[in-house]
Design a protein around this ligand. Structure first.
Ligand SMILES: NC(=O)c1ccc[n+]([C@@H]2O[C@H](COP(=O)([O-])OP(=O)(O)OC[C@H]3O[C@@H](n4cnc5c(N)ncnc54)[C@H](OP(=O)(O)O)[C@@H]3O)[C@@H](O)[C@H]2O)c1
Length: 285
């Protein structure tokens, strides 16, 4: 049976790939961009979601520029916290499962091994705090939900909040500069949005348990190692060096080592995520 899937943030980096993967799967997509829905306004959310009456609502919308969240904490809480609450309330009304995208930034990055879903979140900044509040609203309101924490995402559509992604930025800088310096002391798992989208289709196509899931590529690297792999795969000839510690330090605290383990997916034999190098190769080719 064809399912009706409503995707919020449909023209975003992750949202556009989610639409594509569900379309490939034969589902009917109702894609909403920011003009189509304002998640901070409960009346709009109610009207739009009741009209569509989808079998499933997937929310990728967020205020996720970390620096902007720090200078506008009320706005960040309104979008990431209250916006999530609004979606949870209305999804409960229409009896639709809510799939919500969250972040590795709910953690402080002090754990030396990968974080699993039962680890206690301790966000370091406004972005992480407000995304965590969104998780808590959904967990306490929605009857049927999947919260999916992703990390370091890049996709074919540029990130709307940042205008670009790390891969595109590195390839642009390689054309403009003779030397590129990249931080080597922040560890993450960069993840291709096309692979996350396919994983979500897989998760929602069986009888998966509702709840919290980590959804990242396998393995880990520093931003410097990620840049090196981008230049290696694309055969880009550029001088790449690790930055000195603190060379690009901003005003916002960020976790130093945010690696997530897809334990809940693996426990259910559902994990189809690739190693980050394979995801990068798939994205670039
Ligand atoms: N980017 C990363 O590295 C990263 C890492 C971890 C987690 N995440 C999470 O991944 C998710 C998707 O990120 P992305 O890079 O795909 O984002 P994106 O490209 O910036 O797209 C976000 C979409 O949400 C829309 N939106 C923003 N505020 C809205 C609101 N108040 N009401 C309705 N729509 C709104 C945006 O519309 P406009 O642009 O027109 O406002 C855009 O369509 C977010 O939840 C983010 O927290 C991202």
């Amino acid at each position: 049976m064809t399912r009706k899937i409503c995707v919020i943030g449909a023209n975003g980096q992750l949202g556009s790939d989610i639409c594509h993967s569900f379309e490939k799967n034969g589902d009917q997509i109702f894609g909403l961009d920011h003009v189509g829905i304002e998640i901070t306004d409960i009346n709009t959310v109610k009207k739009v979601l009741h009209e569509i009456n989808a079998d499933m609502v997937i929310n990728t919308a967020a205020m996720h520029h970390v620096g902007n969240c720090e200078v506008e904490p009320q706005k960040a809480f309104l979008v990431n916290g209250i916006g999530s609450r609004n979606l949870a309330l209305i999804c409960r009304e229409i009896q639709s499962p809510l799939v919500h995208i969250s972040t590795d930034y709910v953690f402080d990055g002090k754990k030396e091994t990968p974080y699993i879903e039962t680890d206690r979140p301790v966000p370091l900044n406004v972005y992480g705090n407000t995304k965590l509040s969104g998780e808590y609203f959904i967990e306490s309101i929605a009857e049927k939900y999947f919260i999916l924490r992703v990390s370091g995402i890049y996709g074919k559509n540029p990130c709307r909040a940042k205008g670009s992604n790390f891969v595109q930025t590195m390839l642009r800088l390689a054309k403009e500069k003779s030397e590129i310096r990249v931080v080597d002391d922040e560890i993450l798992t960069p993840t291709f949005t096309g692979d996350i989208a396919d994983q979500i289709v897989k998760l929602l196509s069986g009888v998966s348990e509702y709840g919290l899931y980590h959804v990242t590529a396998e393995g880990e690297c520093s931003w410097y190692e990620f840049a090196a792999e981008i230049f290696s795969i694309t055969g880009t000839d550029v001088v790449l060096n690790p930055a000195e510690p603190g060379e690009f330090a901003g005003n916002v605290m960020r976790p130093k080592r945010c690696v997530l383990e897809n334990k809940h997916l693996k426990d259910q034999n559902l994990n189809i995520m690739f190693h980050w190098k394979e995801g990068l190769r798939r994205y670039l080719t």
